[in-house]
Design a protein. Sequence first.
Length: 217
Amino acid sequence: MAAKKKKQASNKSVKNQSGKNKSSKNQWADHLTHRAKAENYPARSIYKLEEIQNKFKVMKKNDQVLDLGCAPGSWLLYAAKQVGNKGLVKGIDLKPIEIKLPDNVVAIKDNILNQDNAAFLDKNRGFDVILSDMAPATTGRKDVDALRSFELCDMALTIAKNFLVQNGNFVCKIFQGNDFNDFQKRVKSKFKECKTFKPDSCRKQSKEIYIIAKGKK
Ligand SMILES: C[S@@+](CC[C@H](N)C(=O)[O-])C[C@H]1O[C@@H](n2cnc3c(N)ncnc32)[C@H](O)[C@@H]1O
């Protein structure tokens, strides 16, 4: 009886921003959210990178990988397994990483738009792979959100141009909007191969898509 009451309380109905009723439980939680939890990943986005890696083989053993927008850390954990203990994964995010990271991962809390993180990025060695799963905090205004997302992609591409080794690979999440074609054209001009891919694990209603660029010229 007590357990039943507790369950009812945790499922109680609340109003969302548009005034409609929704469950106070995470309405976005789905089987991948539960699977991620069971497999000790902090976010379901792990399965997007897994699909990308299975299809495009963007990372390999011993690679040095940069993960832009790395919190809460699922891609860091997955990339760390792909590169192995002789590889290295560096991550950067506005938010701190709160999970325990393996020895071949370092992460810092910083804004990618801040030019001062060049020392962390380390131009001397260069990265074999740069991943960007960055997404801006949404405002609800589609034009503003699309512009902010584009600004992050633009910065990710600049970092890829400056810090990827020759023949390096670049994966970048982008929201399909007005700037999409122009951005894709700019990526294509810098890489030998460039494709777009929407992993099955992306939420159907999401406008996000990944640009997979291989072989930096
Ligand atoms: C979808 S989450 C990334 C999830 C991550 N790939 C994972 O698997 O755990 C997007 C992240 O982009 C970060 N982000 C957004 N703008 C940023 C910026 N200017 N600099 C650094 N990180 C940023 C957000 O803080 C957020 O954690």
